[in-house]
Design a protein around this ligand. Sequence first.
Ligand code: SF4
Length: 108
Amino acid sequence: MAIYYDCQRCTACCRWPGNVRLSDSEVAALAIFKGLSEFDFIQKYTRLHTGRRGLSLIEKSNHECIFLDGIDCTVQPVKPQQCQDFPNKWNFPGFEKVCQAIPREIPD
Ligand code: SF4
């Protein structure tokens, strides 16, 4: 049996310091969603990924994602693939201590 984590929208991953990597198509979708040109979106909401390969979302001073408002993702309809994939396709050591996703067994 494999384990699948059901996201409870606790937003712990949105508060974790690090990179939210953006593909070109994600930049385009986010820019449209925010009513900005891609150039203006990049200027306002992105920075160079720490690996210097591509762009990441900027963070607030407390390390929350710039698009987190309380417990809501304000770009939910177009949130990046990296956000959609957590914690099942990637996670970080000890994520279970801060993430409230509920593990359940699924057939292989
Ligand atoms: S884009 Fe939305 S889901 Fe992704 S880290 Fe930011 S607030 Fe969280």
